[in-house]
Design a protein around this ligand. Structure first.
Ligand SMILES: Nc1ncnc2c1ncn2[C@@H]1O[C@H](COP(=O)(O)OP(=O)(O)O)[C@@H](O)[C@H]1O
Ligand SMILES: Cc1cn([C@H]2C[C@H](O)[C@@H](COP(=O)(O)OP(=O)(O)O)O2)c(=O)[nH]c1=O
Length: 211
């Protein structure tokens, strides 16, 4: 039984997901709602340990091992954090969820979307967000944000080729087009406050605050 709402934020590295997740969580708390603000990979001690394995450049996981590790991290996160929060009636604001696996781990030569969704069924009851904000901004603005944030360089996945990241961005757009009821496309350009206002406008119906 779930009564809370589950919101995910998706998009490429540096587009502003974590910043917006924090602002959205604050706005929901300000309305008196219980909120779990969390992230993937991670969100529980077990999933954070898997995150460290996934992002460490010393490991050369192949495509299936990588997909399984993300699914295992997500399973722990759903079982021990997300589902209990929803059952308490809290709102969950999650920085990345299964759509990241569908965009990053599927769509290349190795794994299909159906394979990722099967892992999600096995590991996480096929739980899907109620709303997914897909943040999009132009490459130059994002590169600037990343240069300022990651002065010690990108992680194992962030460091992949521009072609890989372009394919991921296209996969996100395809997923949004396939499920327009759940996805909300968000222009992530401008200040953090500008982007937050766009997200809150889209949240209004869910919050019962009118158009
Ligand atoms: N709208 C924005 N304009 C300028 N800088 C931003 C904006 N949103 C976030 N940033 C900064 O850009 C960097 C990446 O943002 P972050 O929220 O960590 O992105 P993500 O979680 O998508 O990787 C951070 O240093 C953050 O402070
Ligand atoms: C959740 C998830 C993340 N990732 C990748 C995206 C990122 O490159 C990396 C770490 O995610 P994250 O810390 O959110 O990166 P950023 O803040 O830079 O956007 O893991 C996947 O490949 N599959 C997944 O299912």
């Amino acid at each position: 039984m779930r009564s809370g709402r589950f919101i995910s934020l998706e998009g490429g590295e540096g587009v502003g997901k974590s910043t917006q997740a924090a602002m959205l969580a604050d706005a929901l708390r300000g309305r008196g709602l219980g909120v779990l603000q969390t992230r993937e990979p991670g969100g529980t001690p077990g999933a954070e340990a898997i995150r460290a394995l996934l992002l460490d450049k010393q490991y050369d996981w192949d495509a299936s091992a990588e997909a399984l590790l993300f699914a295992a991290a997500r399973s722990d996160h759903v079982v021990h954090a997300i589902r209990p929060a929803l059952e308490r009636g809290d709102w969950v604001v999650c920085d990345r969820f299964v759509d990241s696996s569908r965009a990053y781990q599927a769509g290349g030569d190795d794994l299909s979307d159906d394979a990722i969704l099967s892992l999600h069924t096995i590991g996480s009851y096929a739980l899907m967000p109620d709303v997914t904000f897909l943040l999009q901004a132009d490459g130059a603005a994002v590169a600037e944000r990343l240069a300022a944030r990651d002065s010690d360089g990108a992680d194992r996945i962030g460091a992949r080729s521009a072609a890989y990241h372009a394919r991921v961005a296209q996969r996100f757009r395809d997923l949004a087009a396939m499920d327009p009821e759940r996805f909300v496309l968000v222009d992530a350009s401008g200040s953090p406050h500008d982007v937050h206002l766009r997200i809150m406008r889209a949240m209004a119906p869910l919050l019962g605050e009118g158009g």
